[in-house]
Unconditional design. Structure first.
Length: 293
């Protein structure tokens, strides 16, 4: 594959990532934190938040092995994956969305091995403006919901499950715990920005934490279906509705919201993650297709 090509398939990306995780998850790659300074501190950062963010950068560098392969770590930028950091204590939706782009810029320069122009265009690969691709997405959504409704009902009723994210069947996230073939890592929100993941974490050996292993077993069937239909994440919005995110990078997500009981949002409004709805299409009285941008 040529260094500047974007034609790297998800199958190859996942395979490359899985091999790296299996054979060297905790090798050392030290990130140069000066990259933040070079790009300028965002206006919504203060010294404490800046320190928290730099601490995570060092942590990410410590556990991810160095790779010269372009886009090898792209799956870790998918919604709610390891390098898709969420500032859970930010109050402003605009700040949350701005941070998503800032984070992609900083971590993308360190991990994706593509040039600045390619990096700036990367989120566009998930944007769909044409009717043909939207119809294809709606068909995929319908197929997925038809085979997963029983599992989604269980997830919706569970008091212990809020988020399921999947890179593949061997690398996935449940709530704030990341599961790998080697171990489990639970992340805690940072003090000031509420970053998740953050530099605050606890590591468990496989089988060491019975509660976490139980959640893994309970979600296996839905994770298998997520893998089959290339669903990136399922997250609860509140005590009723859920967002099923099929794909995305940075602030560009697409998917479906189910069990929605309020007024269907309109273009320009923000979702519970602080991302702006660019496209909304009502499917039923309780479901709608969305794209954020």
């Amino acid at each position: 594959m040529r260094k500047n090509s974007f034609c790297y398939t998800k199958k190859h990306l996942i395979r490359a990532l899985k091999n790296m995780l299996r054979y060297g998850l905790f090798l050392c790659l030290l990130i140069n934190a000066a990259a933040i300074k070079a790009g300028g501190m965002p206006p919504y950062f203060n010294e404490d938040i800046d320190t928290e963010y730099r601490a995570f950068l060092k942590h990410a560098g410590d556990i991810l092995p160095k790779s010269d392969l372009p886009l090898a770590y792209l799956p870790l930028f998918y919604p709610f994956s390891f390098l898709d950091i969420h500032p859970t204590k930010f109050k402003s939706d605009k700040d949350k969305q701005a941070f998503a782009n800032f984070n992609l810029g900083v971590l993308g320069r360190n991990f994706l091995n593509i040039n600045k122009t390619q990096l700036s265009k990367l989120p566009n690969v998930t944007i769909c403006k044409k009717q043909a691709c939207k119809e294809e997405r709606l068909g995929l959504i319908d197929d997925f919901l038809r085979v997963t409704m029983n599992e989604l009902v269980k997830l919706n009723q569970s008091k212990d499950l809020n988020l399921i994210q999947q890179t593949d069947m061997f690398v996935y996230r449940i709530n704030n715990t990341f599961f790998t073939p080697a171990q489990l890592v639970t992340y805690y929100p940072s003090k000031y920005a509420g970053f998740v993941p953050s530099a605050n974490y606890k590591v468990f050996k496989l089988g060491e934490n019975e509660e976490l292993m139980k959640l893994s077993a309970e979600t296996q069937q839905v994770r298998e279906l997520m893998d089959a239909y290339n669903v990136a994440a399922i997250t609860k919005n509140d005590d009723k509705s859920m967002s099923i995110i099929f794909g995305g990078v940075s602030d560009n997500h697409w998917g479906v919201v189910v069990n929605y009981s309020s007024r269907i949002p309109t273009q320009g409004e923000y979702n519970h993650m602080g991302l702006e709805y660019d496209i909304i299409e009502k499917i039923t009285e309780t479901r709608f297709y969305f794209q954020t941008n």
